[in-house]
Design a protein. Sequence first.
Length: 472
Amino acid sequence: MSTEPGRWSYGRIVTVTVVALVLVAAVLGVVGSRQPPRVRAAQLDEAYATENPGGQLVLAPDQPMRAGRLRVSTTPATGAAVTRHDGEVVVTFAKALHYDTTYDVTVGPVTGHYTGARGSLHYRFRTPAPTVFTLIRSGRLDDGRPDRIVQVEGSVERTVFSNDVILEYADTGRSLVVSTYDRGVNQLVRVDDDGRVHTSYRVDAPGHQPVSELRADPRTGLFGYITPADGKQTERLYVRDVAKPSVGRQPVTASDGTPMEVIDWMLIPGTREAVVQDSSGRIFMVNPDRPQAAPTPLGTYGRINGFVPTTSVLTLPDNSGSGIRLLDPLHGISRTVPRKDLPAEESGGYAVQQLSLDESGSAVVVEWSPNDHGGSYRIAVIGRGAPHYLLATEPGQADNASICLAPDGGHVAVVVQSAHAKADGYPVQPSASGMTTYIADTGGGSVVEARGAQPQWCSSGPTSNAVSPDTP
């Protein structure tokens, strides 16, 4: 066999190479022509979809396609519907998606219009980790250091707003409404997430006492507060709209047209309605856009517990003491589910707070156990098989622990007051220094620690008024 140089000339090499490439391209073309439609591009506002039901994933196929009745499945499972629009596939999620979760979405069957190849569209995405705001009080009224509202993403802390005295705040979506207090003057200030400060809202509160129960809904931009009572008037609720200054200039009224004496209230998530409780324990649904309309009575209960995350289902203490009352004020549906507790062998303490996770009665519970060192707290998820614990304090480490739920119900904020915390000395709405907030995955995942208290879910979430357990 000859191995003489030049046996293969350059021209022959080029010719063979070109022919080979043409053959490969032809083969790939045939294979490609038989491929079913695939996802060419996708669009989803992940941040919106984690806080709102109705988030839409738009899938653009890489070729024209035919489709009959489409079906959609997701992993992990979540309710979804699928439609076609202008050659694209639109997946609409029934509930808010969980934060920090990878979703696999499959839609099919679909058939290539020209190729006839049949298959399914597949797409994978991951939702963002929760962004949390907290309030860091300086610790003393006269130390010259301002209070701060910070935004926490992972280990990064960014100051959004600072003032000498910040009492509370609520998240309206693209901005925060902040209650400040300076020399006896209470103001409500709107602050954008980038720190831009807007004109203050007028507060019609008697005397020098500040408003309280400041709450908001990030989806609608509604916020509200209760003005204090004095010798001339009772406690009154005002519900405002950041986009419509004219809304909420008058207090919420009772059926006789006089201002209702409100002791507690919550916005129904994603709507322009609110539920309120008057001084006699009666609960009503009201709409701030129709201040003259008579409130809708919902019954008399010990208190408002909150809403089941991602729903309009209100949780209330069942008056018979047998469970938890579930009431959907928008649809007039109500029922009672059994209350779930920690098994006796698991619990050596007392449930001091309990928040419903779903309509079956599953819940997150704060348990306090007394001991020789002053007691300890444990945060547990119950009603989903064996209890699993998300967080625990060492004996004598904490004087208090409280929780509130994220809009998706997949995370819980745990606010812990250190046993060594000092009172801040504020003349109104006093608190303590050295507060810490923990963000825990209710599925038992990671726990993120942040300085401060009052995470925004405690004023702008489904359990924004939650301060006590779901018991009568």
